[in-house]
Design a protein around this ligand. Structure first.
Ligand code: SAH
Ligand code: SF4
Length: 376
């Protein structure tokens, strides 16, 4: 049976998914089964260190106990409905959940690391003007299993079980896929705690970055409770413009947002806050705006990530000219901030920011154009 068939069968039989539940919850499940507490630790190891997809593979457990587990539980991953590989090595998986909703996960290999871009919601309730995700009508939160499942699917595809200590292809995680992670905080926090657990997937908080459009109260909670790196989608230096580009600004204006950044625990010159700034031609890309950005960031250990705008059909903006981006970057850099321009990756498979799950016709076309790439 395929992964989807398995999901449907398990859901019909009412088996509980053990993927996505925390350590305490897993321990409680084992207690309820009358099993000794070390069973929870063994299971955790099998699920998150070894990547087991089947109880039958858990050879350190007795056959009888494995059979009992299989009766009561399942180990469900999202189903991969499409897997694409770009000429530059970027990989993208379109994942389908039990209710047929889909999100995308992207793996971007670089020389010294590999970053997985993880989604937190189907669609997004916020409506940033330049973002394609914000135009999607269907929105729901992903649960913790669906979030951690994205990491496990990537590990499956990269062949990285048991969790390698060194030479990993998946070293970093960015919560920069579809959705606003701080509007789905509880599920994101639960999933990230599982991802960070050093007896499992073991990706440390220093290798995880959460990107937000600026949900100020939740930035504080995220810093206090998770301590992951923070990226803030700033995109404008005046409230008048940011109100238009990132409408959430009307609720949490720039001054409040920057104060939350100043207060973000653990930020230092060694551990800076990333400010994302999408380059929109004639809208936010002037030298005067670069200088104002530098003024605003004063006192915050920061780096600035300049993102060339990725156009989508019907988008109301264009990407800035390369010369304008360079001039902007130079001003920010001269003021002492690192200001890399993000190189678009995986363009042939539409894997770039704001393009995730763009209309499926285009996706089909790009898959057809690169038939050899359309494999898992
Ligand atoms: N909701 C969160 C995280 C997901 S968006 C946030 O807004 O930060 C991840 C990044 O992609 C954000 O910085 C967002 O502004 C940027 N982005 C969205 N659409 C884009 C587009 N069309 N071109 C370039 N960057 C885009
Ligand atoms: Fe949502 Fe982020 Fe897109 Fe804004 S940029 S609509 S917050 S996903």
């Amino acid at each position: 049976m395929d992964a989807n068939g398995t999901q449907v069968a398990a859901a019909a039989e009412g088996r509980k998914n053990l993927v996505g539940i925390g350590r305490d919850e897993l321990a409680a499940e084992m207690r309820a089964l009358g099993a000794p507490s070390f069973r929870a630790r063994q299971l955790w190891h099998w699920i998150y260190h070894r990547g087991a997809t089947d109880f039958a593979a858990m050879t350190s457990l007795s056959k009888e106990f494995r059979a009992r587990l299989a009766e009561a539980y399942e180990l469900r991953r999202p189903a991969v409905s499409r897997a694409l590989r770009s000429g530059d090595g970027t990989r993208k998986w379109l994942l389908r959940f039990a209710d047929a909703q889909e999100v995308e996960t992207v793996h971007i290999p670089e020389e010294d690391r590999g970053t997985l871009c993880v989604s937190s919601q189907v669609g997004c309730t916020l409506t940033c003007k330049f973002c394609h995700t914000g135009t999607q009508r269907l929105v729901r939160n992903l649960d913790a299993a669906e979030i951690v499942g994205q990491v496990m699917i990537a590990r499956d595809a990269l062949g990285e079980w048991p969790s390698p200590q060194d030479d990993r292809q998946l070293t970093n995680i960015v919560m920069m896929g579809m959705g606003e992670p701080l509007y789905n905080y509880d599920n994101v926090a639960k999933a990230l705690r599982i991802v960070m657990d050093h007896e499992g997937l073991s990706i440390s908080k220093r290798k995880i970055t959460l990107s937000t459009s600026g949900v100020v109260p939740m930035i504080r909670r995220c810093g206090a409770e998770l301590g992951v790196n923070l990226a803030v989608s700033l995109h404008a230096v005046t409230d008048a413009l940011r109100d238009v580009l990132v409408p959430l600004n009307k609720k949490y204006p720039i001054a409040e947002l920057l104060q939350a950044c100043r207060d973000y625990p653990g930020s230092s010159n060694a551990r800076r806050i990333t400010f994302e700034y999408v380059m929109l031609k004639g809208v936010n890309d002037s030298p005067a705006e670069a200088r104002e950005l530098v003024r605003l960031l004063r006192g915050i250990p920061a780096k600035v990530n300049l993102i060339p705008f990725n156009p989508w059909p019907g988008a109301p903006y264009e990407c800035s000219e390369p010369a304008a981006i360079k001039a902007f970057a130079d001003i920010v850099f001269a003021a002492g901030y690192s200001s890399p321009v993000r190189t678009p990756r995986g363009q042939d498979i539409m894997a770039a920011c704001g393009q995730l799950k763009s209309d499926s016709v285009k996706l089909r076309r790009s898959a057809m154009l690169r038939p050899a790439a359309a494999t898992a």
